[in-house]
Design a protein around this ligand. Structure first.
Ligand SMILES: [Zn+2]
Length: 102
């Protein structure tokens, strides 16, 4: 049981929560040396592989919503959130700022 965060309607108990992603931001993941342990068959010690880092998205704000609000959101945005993130355009100067956050 929960309350819809958009229209405050109370959702019946025993119903799984529906979520929509309200806001996302681009994120740069730094390269990390020796970050991943890789087990090689026959070798006792795991090797350490580098993580190449990369770019992705972070969820800034998500909401638990009722079926009505969820369907309305999907109708307006095409998806509850995740897939629409790929449609965002990267802003290069902003990416550089974010990199310093580590
Ligand atoms: Zn609602």
């Amino acid at each position: 049981m929960y309350r819809c965060e958009l229209c405050s309607v109370v959702i019946q108990p025993n119903s799984p929560a529906l979520r929509v992603i309200l806001e996302t931001r681009p994120k740069v993941y730094a390269e990390r040396q020796r970050a991943n342990k890789v087990r090689i068959r026959g070798k006792r010690k795991p090797l350490h592989a580098n993580d190449p880092g990369g770019r992705g998205w972070e969820i800034v704000r998500a909401a638990k919503v009722c079926r009505t609000c969820h369907d309305k959101w999907v109708q307006e945005h095409g998806t509850p959130g995740a897939e629409s993130m790929a449609l965002h355009v990267y802003d290069e100067p902003m990416m550089d700022e974010m990199q310093s956050e580590g």
